[in-house]
Design a protein around this ligand. Structure first.
Ligand SMILES: C[S@@+](CC[C@H](N)C(=O)[O-])C[C@H]1O[C@@H](n2cnc3c(N)ncnc32)[C@H](O)[C@@H]1O
Length: 206
């Protein structure tokens, strides 16, 4: 792995993902998690303070980047919630079928190399009736913003850990075999519009 991805990127992600406008967006959905939670791409674990400890039994944090796992491990020590950090990718989860009551995806779908493969794995590890909670940035509905998202994306991806700017999040979740039962979409305040259009909601296996 390059020095950039090993050292610089984890610091950029760790800082950017804990900014106040982003934390407010996460707080709209993460507290709904319950039971055994599988968090895909846990990053530096910014969601930990948002879990309701009276509802969540344990969190399994999937994170392939060693630098981010190190940051997450430091954060985990500050909370009483049982968290297991796992070095793995969403497309090949080392978990038994029907492990999770909730799967949490926050600002991760943009970076997954194989969305359909990841969605199949998420469906497999969810218990029957389990929920997928998501808070993801993606394609804006305004043609002018979408045009710039598509223009900048090829360069952005290189520096932002494979992050796509213009993914149609709701469509990808539906095409991944889920039925969305809750969705709020809109621009996050105080944020450049190319990264500000968030899809926040919940889905169940269709
Ligand atoms: C922008 S960060 C978001 C981190 C965290 N979810 C958050 O809400 O702040 C994208 C995350 O996706 C992770 N990631 C990238 N490819 C992945 C994959 N194939 N499977 C699981 N996680 C992946 C990255 O390592 C990184 O932690």
């Amino acid at each position: 792995m390059s020095f950039y991805n090993r050292v610089i990127l984890p610091n950029l992600i760790g800082t950017a993902c804990k900014q106040s406008p982003i934390m407010k967006q996460r707080a709209k959905i993460v507290p709904e998690a319950d039971g055994v939670v599988v968090e895909i791409g846990m990053g530096a674990a910014p969601n930990l303070p948002l879990y309701d400890s009276s509802r969540v039994k344990a969190v399994i944090g999937i994170e392939p980047n060693a630098g981010l796992r190190k940051k997450a491990a430091r954060s985990i020590q500050q909370y009483s919630l049982p968290v297991e950090l796992v070095d793995a990718v969403a497309e090949d989860l080392p978990l038994e079928a029907a492990t999770a009551d909730t799967v949490v995806l926050t600002y991760t779908l943009c970076s997954l190399p194989d969305v359909a493969g990841a969605m199949a794995e998420i469906r497999r590890v969810l218990k029957p009736g389990g929920r997928l909670l998501f808070c993801e940035h993606g394609a804006a509905p305004d043609a002018g913003v979408l045009k710039w998202q598509s223009r900048i994306e090829p360069v952005w991806k290189v520096f932002a850990g494979g992050c796509h700017l213009a993914r149609p999040i709701d469509r990808l979740i539906t095409e991944g075999g889920f039925s969305i039962d809750k969705l709020e979409a809109g621009y996050m305040p105080k944020t450049p519009r190319i990264v500000a259009y968030d899809y926040i909601g919940a889905a169940k296996v269709a």
